[in-house]
Design a protein around this ligand. Structure first.
Ligand code: HEC
Length: 125
């Protein structure tokens, strides 16, 4: 192996390690939230009107995504609420604190999300 190959491999290995470390850090960075208070805020602030009471998603000018068990890291979740990419209204710090958003994040993570048709009895008669 040439020394160029050694260096190239070291760079690739370093980049992969960085990606894994960032993914793990994103999951760990979610602040602990109070899911019960998150549910209260989710209903009081109207998230449910577009995203559904079970976070199942809905429609508002276009699709409002499923929030149950979101794969978004906390920072991305919060960024969408503060600076929505498209049609969603923004929620400033005066309306929802970072703490409130952490509670809503805990709530949507606690929802059951998609179920397999095999687990729904009436569909298996
Ligand atoms: C008026 C309808 C509406 C309301 C109310 C609303 N949203 Fe949204 N939301 C959307 C739409 C539409 C999108 C798609 C992106 C966009 O248009 O900005 C979205 C996207 C999102 C996303 C990104 C999800 C993903 O997987 O990309 C998150 C997170 C989110 N909303 C959370 C919330 C929370 C939490 C609340 C309540 C505080 C809320 N939304 C209230 C319509 C709404």
């Amino acid at each position: 192996m040439t020394s160029f190959e050694h260096i190239a491999r070291a760079i690739v290995a370093g980049a992969l390690y960085g990606m894994v470390a960032t993914t793990v850090a994103a999951a760990q960075n979610a602040p602990p939230g109070d899911a019960a208070n998150g549910k209260r805020l989710y209903l009081a602030d109207g998230c449910f009107t577009c995203h559904g009471r079970s976070g199942q998603g809905g429609a508002y000018n276009g699709p409002a995504p499923i929030l149950a068990k979101t794969a978004l890291p906390f920072e991305g979740f919060k960024m969408q609420i503060r600076n929505p990419v498209n049609d969603m209204p923004a929620y400033s710090d005066a309306i929802l604190s970072d703490r409130d958003i952490a509670d809503i994040y805990a709530f949507v993570q606690s929802l059951s999300g998609r179920r397999s048709p095999k687990d729904i009895a009436v569909l298996n008669n």
